[in-house]
Write a protein that binds this ligand. Structure first.
Ligand SMILES: Nc1ccn([C@@H]2O[C@H](COP(=O)(O)OP(=O)(O)OP(=O)(O)O)[C@@H](O)[C@H]2O)c(=O)n1
Ligand SMILES: C[C@](O)(CO)[C@H](O)COP(=O)(O)O
Length: 238
């Protein structure tokens, strides 16, 4: 079901339709919880619901939100939607065995749209700000491909068979999501099965288009291991 409003907002790109694919098809092995981490509670609400709310903010003007879930978690999500009275329109799609396969499934659900911008976002990055999302849409409207990234805060060394060597971290970036693209470009990139092992969309697109990096946010953390939940709780409490 389409969100009941046109993508009208104040940017110069207001006529370009915006879509979002929230990938939440993973099983959360590194979290080691009793359920996939996207369903764990953060300040009393599922992680994935926080994320969905961020993309449903009217100011972003997202026309269609696709939520990619593990095949055996549809009932769980629908029960959570009932429990939390979720009234945000979204399409549910079955994910795949890898993030790549889940993004591809999400894209297939948008096949009726030949053009527009699609933001791919991890369902487990519930603290993403409207500003970061907006930045990726705006940069993708100009450059066709854009991704949020931050500078490493620690020193970095590269391992080799001889030991390890310091790296110039001013030339390194840590990739976040959203990663946002012209939808046709992302479709062409995801048509290449040889790229199926990559874990982020910028890398899948790299050979077709230069990806413009925009400022991410250290608060836009990916809930991966138990301490991330503690940090996210603290950030949300502020
Ligand atoms: N087959 C997969 C694997 C991952 N993802 C999604 O991609 C995002 C980033 O993946 P990650 O943090 O690695 O999630 P998991 O695969 O669930 O975690 P782990 O690697 O610890 O098992 C998550 O929102 C996750 O649900 C997905 O949609 N489909
Ligand atoms: C897309 C991503 O979140 C960018 O940092 C990351 O690549 C996901 O990787 P993961 O190994 O699936 O956690």
């Amino acid at each position: 079901m389409a969100l009941p409003r046109p993508s009208i907002h104040s940017s110069t790109h207001s006529l370009i339709h915006r879509f979002a694919i929230l990938v939440a098809g993973g099983s959360g092995t590194r979290m080691g919880a009793d359920r996939p981490k996207q369903f764990l509670l953060l300040r009393g609400e599922p992680v994935l619901l926080h994320t969905l709310r961020r993309f449903a903010e009217p100011a972003l003007g997202v026309r269609e939100i696709v939520l990619v879930l593990p095949t055996d978690q549809f009932d769980t999500w629908q029960a959570l939607c009932a429990q939390f009275s979720v009234d945000i329109p979204h399409r549910l799609v079955v994910g795949g065995a890898t993030r790549w396969a889940s993004v591809k499934a999400g894209l297939a659900a948008l096949k009726e749209y030949p053009e527009g911008l699609v933001a791919v976002h991890d369902g487990v990055r519930p603290l993403v700000s409207r500003q970061v999302v907006e930045r990726t849409y705006a940069a993708a409207a100009t450059h066709a491909a854009a991704a949020a990234a931050v500078m490493p805060k620690d020193s970095v060394r590269l391992l080799s068979q001889h030991g390890s060597a310091a790296q110039n971290r001013s030339r390194l970036r840590l990739m976040q999501t959203p990663q946002t693209f012209e939808i046709d470009l992302l479709r062409r990139a995801y048509a290449m099965p040889e790229l199926a092992s990559f874990t982020d969309d910028a890398t899948v697109v790299d050979d077709l288009c230069r990806v413009q990096l925009v400022d991410g946010d250290y608060r836009n953390l990916k809930i991966t291991t138990p301490e991330d939940l503690v940090v996210a709780e603290a950030l949300l409490a502020r």
